[in-house]
Unconditional design. Structure first.
Length: 455
């Protein structure tokens, strides 16, 4: 930051104070959407601890919340998170696969980052009909004084970040004639691109819909994706390739490149996901694009350098969900790092693959539950030369991931697993990292702990 002095020396203290304030604030970053500022699960803040203190990181605050898989977002000194509320005395069904209609409401909560106190909340009636009905799935999006949230049953809101006042809202079921919510709810995290909020809705011609961010008016619609899983559960991203900005949308039958301004489809490559399980966010490395699915394995595409087209490089899958090849992810989005893929496979193995061909270099259960477990999970976030992994047991792990293996630097237990899954309790919510802190939640509380190198 350069400050130009144009007045006598008496101005110097004021100008220098402003410069110091700006320099200090530059060390703190927000986490305003799914997978962070650049939607890539990379934490770029400086001044972060290299090892955990012997007694664990300082817990800054804990605040009670309701159920949900939605990760928090952090912006401008506030924390935003969504949850589900049940009537007094009622609980979720013992069988998480049940789609029995359940009286419930959803909330958008705004917390003060200093102490976790609730500044405002927006609550709305929301009967639940989805499998695994713990609560909302998607991370809020914060931008220019507004909060955008998408609930499990398709309630889309634009709220003021300051007070939670409703600016506009849409209902995917009512507005797009959806007879039924997707089996596992609306789980695709909305993407804010310019003046457009881009969402996966589902239907004929409405697999993906762009809304005006200020009014909620539909700007464009594209692609077909019908059936009980609608557009699936994967989150869109923007890449630059072939001389174009491309919106990458992966739904249960194909992965597609679109013009984010108009919805024009540039290319489509078939990739059928059994039971609609297109979940992990597509990952890009240069002109390479990678996707992975629980039943159907992995595929690597090459994006053409001159035109907006894509061709298949390799595609690999195993015999079934247990006998897998390459990577069969379901919940966690993998990372691509210097020509290698790190990701969690179908039964909780953290694996390293060679990006060139999908060959497996190593695998371990240490980062998840320590054993084979269906849908075993850990979320990966890179920081400088190491990774923070938040696993389904509520542990935050610091580790080096290299082609030579998994080297754990330490772990701390931040909160309890509370959600039922495959005869065990889990916590399946993506963490946020901001202001040199970590933010995690389960179905009972949201916790913030300091990861600052010095207090």
């Amino acid at each position: 930051m350069c400050c130009r002095l144009t007045r006598p020396n008496r101005v110097v203290p004021i100008v220098m104070a402003a410069c110091l304030s700006l320099a200090s604030s530059s060390f703190a970053d927000d986490w305003p959407q799914w997978m962070g500022p650049e939607r890539d699960a990379v934490w770029r803040e400086k001044g972060i601890i290299k090892t955990f203190p012997a007694d664990g990181p300082k817990v800054r605050w804990r605040t009670k919340v309701g159920g949900g898989y939605a990760g928090p977002a952090v912006a401008n000194g506030r924390v935003y998170v969504t949850d589900k509320q049940l009537p007094s005395g009622e609980s979720d069904p013992s069988n998480p696969f049940s789609r029995e209609r359940q009286t419930a409401s959803e909330r958008v909560l705004c917390l003060d980052d200093k102490d976790g106190s609730i500044i405002w909340k927006h609550e709305y009636d929301c009967p639940y009909t989805v499998s695994y009905p713990a609560g909302p799935r998607t991370t809020p999006v914060i931008k220019d004084g507004f909060v955008y949230t998408l609930g499990s049953e398709g309630h889309l809101f634009c709220l003021t970040a300051e007070s939670g006042e409703v600016v506009w809202s849409r209902s995917f079921q009512k507005d797009y004639g959806r007879d039924q919510t997707p089996v596992w709810g609306y789980s695709s995290n909305p993407l804010l691109d310019g003046d457009r909020l881009i969402c996966l809705v589902g239907g004929e011609g409405t697999a993906v819909v762009a809304f005006d961010k200020s009014t909620g008016r539909e700007v464009w619609r594209a692609l077909d994706s019908t059936g009980e899983h609608a557009s699936g559960y994967s989150s869109p991203i923007i890449v630059e390739a072939g001389g174009k900005r491309q919106l990458i949308v992966w739904h249960p039958s194909s992965i597609n490149g679109l013009d984010p301004e108009t919805g024009k489809v540039y290319w489509s490559v078939p990739f059928t996901s059994q039971t609609g399980l297109s979940v992990a966010t597509p990952r890009v490395d240069g002109n390479l694009l990678f996707i992975t699915a629980f039943y159907n394995g992995s595929m690597l595409l090459k994006l053409d350098e001159k035109t907006p087209t894509a061709t298949e490089v390799w595609r690999r899958h195993g015999k079934n969900e247990r006998q897998t090849d390459a990577l069969h992810s379901i919940i966690s989005t993998p990372m691509i790092d210097h020509g290698y893929i790190f990701g969690v496979c179908s039964y909780g193995e953290l694996r390293c693959l060679d990006l060139k061909n999908g060959d497996r270099l190593w695998a371990t259960f240490e980062a998840t539950s320590g054993r084979s477990a269906r849908w075993g999970n850990a979320f990966l976030v890179k920081h400088e030369d190491r990774y923070f992994l938040f696993n389904e047991q509520g542990d935050l792990i610091m580790a080096h991931l290299t082609p030579k293996g998994y080297h754990e630097l330490g772990r701390v237990h931040l909160l309890e697993p509370t959600g039922p899954a495959e005869r065990r309790d889990v916590v399946w919510t993506h963490p946020a990292f901001a202001n040199r802190n970590v933010y995690v939640r389960n179905d009972r509380e949201i916790v913030s702990a300091s990861l600052a190198e010095s207090e």
